[in-house]
Write a protein that binds this ligand. Structure first.
Ligand code: XMP
Length: 513
């Protein structure tokens, strides 16, 4: 499989998003620095080149300029935003500093419907702009193929040479038809088929890990969540027993969780898995801690301590593998409303002290969550792991208000197991972001049989969300809510009342803490 699109990175927030869009076209792509010489680009035999956007102006003294020879290779080129300006700058067009930034939504009007970039697209549609400079004169041989309110040259083309430029960002979600434009470039103009899959990604990532790690040993903190599980499966395929996974039971896991992880990774995949049961240590330190922030700190610090000790016992390792995803690594975005902010999630694992002298291996660093799931499936992980809902690092501690005690944990685990079971049975579990039980240690009066009870309350939470940043409560059917409430109150000793949380985020958060 040789077809590939090469993306030259000029420092845009969206370069990885472009790569993702190419993957969505089922075509392989590579990101290279903008300084890559034309001869080296040629040696990669790409089917097409994409010049990314970037924050600079082509006139800046330190403007990132690529090798102009790349326009002579006979390979189709698509310049996006700064990429368009660079293309125009090199080929004799004129770029001027704009009086004001053009930022936000605009309407694109296609003026050359025959341009293959716009095949099967309507005559006008919404696009997203974010640029200061402006093209004011076309380079020789180019025509304008689309305009916006503010620009006569929103899209330009030199059909014979297959050179194209877009002033707007087709890769972001605010250009809803952008994926089709990219698809047109990749398939119609560059002639790429739709052959690339996550299996290819897995094969390549396996090769890269082997190359990087050599004969050294690697440690990985396995939480049982999607990201660390997929990273573990990938690493294991690459280096087998050179990988040691450390799974810390902090005593705050859901019912059966430790068993699932040991079953899947230890017995099914035959990974070297160190199971560290630190329940007593965690619960001991949480005694008497009521404040949510303090709880998190205690848990975080204890985790590091346990993990460090476990790595020492596991023997010398040079590398630490982490399931970091692309949204975890992108810088925070300075401009409010920037589309890249929409793909950012705010709770990252990270957190291990710098003094742990490992080199990092992060094989999922370029991927987005849904792609990690596809990869997990390609690596043979069960649906139960790959499509599981997010579960916070501090575990059930954030779902018990006030002090965490063994008795309260027991109550919450039982209620939680019922929620999980019923959400799965009703076909809801995999359709929504999260569903869980929260223990409210306030007591209220109830009646069971002939007896008066004075017990705790369980709050049910079910939310829909794209990324955890905002969320809405799920309109679960009344029959399901009824079943949940009745099972929990009947089956979980210590609970006599069940409520359903109908707060969205904001103003609420997803977890209660
Ligand atoms: P909140 O409660 O802030 O949660 O609305 C947003 C999302 O983040 C999850 N969450 C965490 N995930 N470590 C994690 O890996 C944590 O410490 C943590 N705290 C909250 C939460 O479950 C929700 O999906």
């Amino acid at each position: 499989m040789n077809e590939q699109i090469v993306i030259l990175d000029f420092g845009s927030q969206y370069t990885q998003v472009i790569a993702r869009r190419i993957r969505e076209c089922r075509v392989y792509s590579t990101i290279v620095p903008y300084t890559t010489p034309a001869a080296e680009l040629d040696a990669l035999s790409p089917s097409g080149l994409i010049l990314s956007g970037g924050p600079a102006s082509v006139y800046d003294a330190k403007a990132p300029l690529s090798d102009p020879g790349l326009f002579e290779l006979g390979i189709p080129v698509l310049g996006i935003c700064y990429g368009l300006q660079l293309l125009a700058h090199f080929l004799g067009g004129k770029v001027e500093r704009g009086g004001k930034r053009e930022y936000g939504k605009g309407t694109l009007r296609v003026t050359e419907a025959a341009c293959p970039l716009f095949a099967k697209l309507p005559g006008s549609f919404q696009v997203w702009n974010s640029h200061g400079d402006k093209l004011t004169r076309l380079p020789a041989g180019f025509v304008s193929v689309a305009t916006t309110e503010n620009s006569a040259y929103a899209a330009i083309a030199h059909g014979a040479k297959r050179l194209y430029g877009l002033q707007f960002h087709p890769e972001v979600v605010h250009t809803p038809r952008g994926q089709e434009i990219i698809g047109n470039f990749v398939h119609a103009i560059c002639g790429c088929g739709r052959n690339w899959t996550m299996r290819h990604y897995a094969e390549q990532a396996v090769e890269e890990v082997r190359h990087r790690v050599g004969a050294e040993r690697v440690i990985l903190g396995l939480s049982g969540g999607v990201d660390s599980s997929v990273a573990a499966a990938l690493l294991h395929r690459a280096i087998g027993d050179q990988l040691t996974c450390i799974f810390v039971n902090n005593g705050l896991l859901r019912a059966g969780e430790a068993e699932v992880v040991r079953e899947v990774f230890g017995r099914h995949f035959h990974m070297r898995l160190r199971y560290e049961d630190a329940t007593r240590m965690f619960l001991g330190r949480l005694k008497g801690v009521l404040d949510p922030e303090r709880k998190r700190k205690v848990i975080g610090r204890t985790f590091i301590e346990v993990f460090q000790a476990a790595t020492r016992r596991a023997g010398q390792a040079k590398f630490l593998a982490q399931g970091t995803l692309y949204p975890d690594v992108i810088e925070s975005v300075p401009i409010a409303g920037n589309p890249a902010a929409l793909i950012k999630s705010h709770h990252n694992v990270g957190g291990l002290p710098k003094r742990m002298k490992f080199q990092l291996v992060e094989p999922l660093k370029c991927l987005f969550k849904d792609e990690v799931r596809q990869l997990g499936t390609a690596l043979g992980l069960p649906e139960e792991i790959v499509y599981r809902q997010p579960f916070p690092g501090p575990g059930l501690a954030v779902r018990i208000l006030g002090e965490v005690t063994p008795k309260r944990l027991e109550i919450l685990r039982r209620a939680d197991a019922i929620v999980l079971e019923e959400m799965k049975a009703g076909g809801w579990y995999y359709r929504i972001w999260q569903s869980f039980a929260v223990l409210l240690p306030v007591r209220s009066v109830g009646v069971m049989g002939d007896e008066r009870t004075y017990d705790y309350t369980i709050a049910l939470r079910a939310v829909e969300s794209q990324d955890g940043m905002t969320a809405d409560w799920v309109r679960l059917p009344h029959e399901l809510l009824e079943k949940l409430a009745s099972r929990i109150v009947n089956e979980v000793k210590g609970v006599n009342r069940c409520v359903f949380d109908i707060t969205s985020k904001p103003p609420g958060t997803i977890e209660w803490e």
